[in-house]
Design a protein around this ligand. Structure first.
Ligand SMILES: *[C@@H]1O[C@H](CO)[C@@H](O)[C@H](O)[C@H]1NC(C)=O
Length: 407
């Protein structure tokens, strides 16, 4: 693929001000239009960055990429963020300064860390605490970014960790203030906050736990939502405007891979509306849904399906969202074992879907048509050299844009 770097060229800055009326004295005019030395390679303007969390025990465990408007990626460096950062989340509102804060898990270290994301797109660790359980795989924060909720897959627990704002928007994590234990085989797979509720798919129980967070404490809000035996709920996505959610069931390898359309009601909790097969033309065994997300605006649902065999049935299923139903659109092949994916808008009618292929050590890049829901390969798969556990796009702090123009 063609690598493309969006340099913030000095020439563009000058051209951008050409239409403005500038009052000048003769001396100043001379200075303004005197030949200038070539610009000393200004830094790229990074208002957002793709982070790839790697299944790597030591060394550089997060790769950073700049994303251009045409959807191409440019490697901008590696950072050490602890072993196996298999989930990364924004730690709260976007920073005003030149740092923004993120949170990540260490799936094998049983810890959670706060990170600063710099204007250069690289991360620096700022604190690390216990996750209060084995195998943390996912986390979320409350809307104010004051608490983190960590799902421990191995331990079957969810821990509440206080997040403290420091100077220059760097945050730090405190020791857990609460640990909710769903049982040793519960396999808490993820945590979501939506409309005052806290939802936890517990794969081993075939349930989604329904909690509230009030007065700094998690408590049960409703009976858990149950899915059929061995469907193994993994990830949820909430519709941006409608009272709907979609649940991706990982299954047990022999079950039919499914997703469920859920109704979301603050008073009643979650309810099952309908169940859909997620693996397009393919049938079990060895198919495991992983990630689920709504397109911007919520017209479509995308589900990644991992093939544990070598038959290359891995793909992304796309469904159109109706008022109370989903309609299957298409199933598009991707690399081996698409564990994570992220969708970003690249134009009013276009998105870029970035898929992390865990067993191919690569990213698949697909253009997503926001009007039709069609997916088309945007480029050859991008080799990483390591196994991706997580892909996500994060905005850098608001101050980064200003810094990039001060060349
Ligand atoms: C997987 O789930 C099916 C359906 O519940 C069940 O019959 C089968 O025994 C399960 N397999 C394993 C390995 O647990």
């Amino acid at each position: 693929m063609t690598l493309y770097i969006r340099w913030f060229a000095l020439a563009a800055l000058v051209a951008g001000t050409a239409g403005d009326k500038i009052q000048t004295t003769p001396n100043e005019r001379d200075t303004l239009f005197a030949p200038t030395a070539p610009s000393p390679g200004p830094a790229p303007l990074l208002d957002r960055v793709l982070l790839v969390g790697l299944y790597k025990d030591r060394g550089s465990s997060i790769k950073s990429y700049a994303l251009s408007d045409d959807g191409s990626l440019t490697s901008i460096g590696d950072s050490n963020a602890g072993g196996n950062p298999s989930w990364i989340a924004a730690a709260g509102p976007r920073g005003e300064g030149t740092l923004t804060s993120l949170l990540t898990v260490s799936e094998t270290g049983n810890t959670v860390a706060s990170l600063s994301l710099g204007c250069d797109g690289k991360v620096t660790e700022t604190s690390r605490v216990s996750s209060q359980g084995a195998g943390p795989v996912h986390l979320a924060t409350d809307p104010l970014g004051e608490h983190a909720f960590v799902a421990n897959y191995g331990g079957g627990t969810v821990a509440v960790l206080p997040v403290t704002q420091g100077g220059d928007s760097a945050v730090s994590l405190g020791e857990a203030t609460q640990t909710v234990d769903f049982g040793a085989s519960a396999h808490a797979h993820s945590t979501y906050l939506s409309g005052g509720g806290v939802y936890v798919p517990t794969l081993g129980l075939d349930q989604v736990q329904q909690l509230t967070f009030e007065g700094g404490k998690l408590s049960k809000a409703h009976e858990p939502l149950s899915v059929p035996q061995d469907q193994g709920p993994r990830h949820l996505a909430f519709h941006p405007t409608l009272p709907l959610a979609v649940l991706a069931n990982e299954g047990n390898g022999t079950t039919q891979p499914t997703i469920e359309l859920l109704g979301v009601d603050a008073a009643q909790g979650l309810s099952t509306i309908a169940t859909y097969e997620a693996s397009g033309p393919y049938s079990p065994p060895d198919l495991y849904p992983a990630e689920v997300l709504f397109s911007p605006g919520g017209s479509f649902v995308l589900v990644s399906v991992r093939d544990a065999s070598t038959q290359k049935r891995d793909g992304i299923a796309v469904f159109q969202v109706g008022a109370e139903s989903l309609t299957f659109k298409d199933y598009t092949a991707v690399g081996h074992y698409p564990r994570s994916m992220t969708l970003t808008k690249t134009g009013s009618q276009a998105g870029l879907l970035i898929v992390g292929n865990q067993k191919d050590n690569s990213l698949t890049l697909l253009n997503f048509d926001l009007a039709s829901g069609a997916l088309h390969k945007a480029a050859e798969d991008l080799p990483l050299g390591d196994s991706p556990a997580f892909v996500g796009i994060f905005e850098t702090a608001k101050g980064c844009a200003a810094q990039a123009t001060l060349v």
